[in-house]
Design a protein around this ligand. Structure first.
Ligand SMILES: NC(=O)c1ccc[n+]([C@@H]2O[C@H](COP(=O)([O-])OP(=O)(O)OC[C@H]3O[C@@H](n4cnc5c(N)ncnc54)[C@H](O)[C@@H]3O)[C@@H](O)[C@H]2O)c1
Length: 451
């Protein structure tokens, strides 16, 4: 829950950060000589962390200086250690940060619930941060990440790498070019069937902890529970409220990203979920979230509704999708932006499809879609850390995007209740019970350092 002290401090911080002077990107970095390379640490080197690490290390200006994983098996720490043999190897990220004078920047690729505690600690030490999506586990943490990056003048990037793909970049440009006119409404969905546990109760019993896993460290800021094989570490943590953010949290920061970018959305003013009653510990197996945002220069009205659907086989209702012929098969996941002149389908992940006017044409040789080349999301961050160009998913963008996604996970816990969100004060004025889900408690001694 959002502790009173957190809230009091938070309100104070919103006020003080408003007048804080942002420090220049490199002002806190290690002093570098002309031939120095930028030294990074990777925390969570397995799973997605492997591609985060190799993606950033592809930059010739990067040196991999430290690797951290609670699992020493070949799949998790081993492969990275073999690939970067001169890098320091660590199990405990706190020790890594305690001894990090020679580190300039940190990649955080752990499960969701550990993003903010690790990234905030790193930012307090003035490290630039690349952090996986969703940026955090709670709305409060997302706001804090944004404040920390701003206050300390750090270079940040969330790991929603599809943003940098030609497909999403082309879609965003199409909307900005006015190809479909002002946008009337948006539908986004994920119709896949996740392999991780959903809508179940916690099984009883415990399994032996493998020798190569530090289960206590894996649990980090969360309450302790017995180890169960294949239920939490690795990958399956997504389905548990204590560790992950469910299907919306897993995909929202990807699929809603081109919607946010193209329409330049800020914060929703209200939202409501349709979902089954939630189990005590896991996320639901389906949810529909109806968000309302203030209109922007890209929208037709003074407000715009964005609806998210997740369920196996989920699709938006066809009758809401103007311009799209009935024989067009919608992708398994993606978005439709319904505009005044046409509709844009943004599959997750493939090139956008344009449907103009009543005839639904627009993808032929005379298509007004301008293809935008992709860029390297990882190297972009490494370059920006050295002062070359800027990142496109810095925390001042990805923080509000994550807040929106995670507000949906608040609504899922209170289906049918319309939540009125005031982003400035971080209040859900009409539903005090919902405010408890904007934050959470932390294990004693593991509370993050807030800004
Ligand atoms: N951007 C994408 O396309 C994409 C794809 C997959 C996952 N992700 C995100 O990446 C993150 C990791 O997901 P995953 O599927 O790789 O999970 P995972 O459980 O498979 O891998 C996490 C890795 O971090 C290690 N780890 C866990 N806790 C740690 C700690 N406290 N300190 C150091 N190492 C720790 C694990 O041993 C493992 O190697 C999540 O936030 C997830 O949402 C993003």
């Amino acid at each position: 829950m959002l502790h009173q002290s957190n809230r009091r401090e938070f309100v104070r911080n919103i006020v003080s950060t408003g007048s804080a002077i942002a420090l220049s990107a490199l002002s806190y970095s290690r002093v570098q000589g002309a031939n120095d390379r930028f030294r990074i640490a990777s925390i969570g080197t397995g799973g997605k962390g492997w591609s985060d690490l190799t993606g950033v290390a592809a930059s010739p200006s990067v040196e991999v200086a430290a690797l951290c994983n609670i699992d020493h098996s070949a799949e998790h720490l081993g492969r990275a250690a073999e690939t970067y043999p001169s890098a320091k190897r660590m199990t405990d990220w706190r020790k890594l940060l305690d001894d990090s004078n020679d580190i300039d920047a940190v990649i955080v690729s752990t499960p969701d619930f550990m993003h903010a505690p690790i990234a905030l600690a790193a930012m307090h030490l003035r490290k630039h941060v690349f952090c996986q999506k969703p940026l955090t586990h709670t709305v409060f943490e997302a706001r804090q990440m944004n404040l920390a990056a701003r206050s300390f003048g750090l270079v940040t990037q969330m790991g929603n790498q599809i943003q940098s793909h030609t497909a999403y970049r082309t879609a965003v440009k199409a909307v900005h070019d006015g190809v479909i006119g002002q946008v009337i409404e948006v539908h986004s969905w994920q119709g896949g069937s996740p392999s991780w546990p959903r809508h179940i109760d916690r099984p009883v019993g415990a399994d032996p902890v493998p020798d190569h896993v530090d289960w206590d460290l894996w649990q980090g800021v969360a309450d302790r529970r017995p180890y169960k094989k294949d239920l939490y570490h690795a990958f399956s943590w997504r389905g548990w409220q204590a560790y992950g953010t469910g299907q919306l949290g897993d995909f929202g920061c990807h699929i809603l990203d081109p919607v946010f970018k193209s329409l330049e959305l800020t914060a929703p003013t209200q939202l409501v979920a349709e979902a089954p009653p939630i189990k005590a510990e896991t996320w639901t197996d389906r949810a529909t979230i109806r968000y309302r945002f203030p209109g922007t220069t890209r929208t037709a009205g003074s407000t715009i509704d964005v609806t998210w659907y997740d369920a196996v086989g989920a699709r938006p209702p066809r009758e809401r999708l103007s311009h799209i012929p009935s024989d067009y098969e919608l992708p398994n996941a993606g978005s439709v932006l319904v505009g005044e002149k046409g509709s844009l389908v943004i599959p997750h992940v493939a090139m956008p499809r344009l449907f103009l006017g009543d005839s639904g044409t627009g993808n032929g040789s005379d298509s007004p879609l301008t293809i935008v080349d992709g860029v390297d999301h990882y190297v972009q961050w490494a370059d920006a850390c050295r002062g070359v160009d800027q990142t496109t998913s810095s925390f001042d963008y990805s923080g509000p995007l994550t807040e929106t996604v995670l507000l949906g996970t608040v609504a899922i816990r209170m289906p049918g209740e319309t939540l009125q969100w005031d982003s400035d004060s971080m209040r859900i004025s009409n539903a005090p019970a919902a405010e408890a889900y904007l934050s959470k408690s932390y294990r004693d001694g593991w509370e993050p350092t807030w800004v």
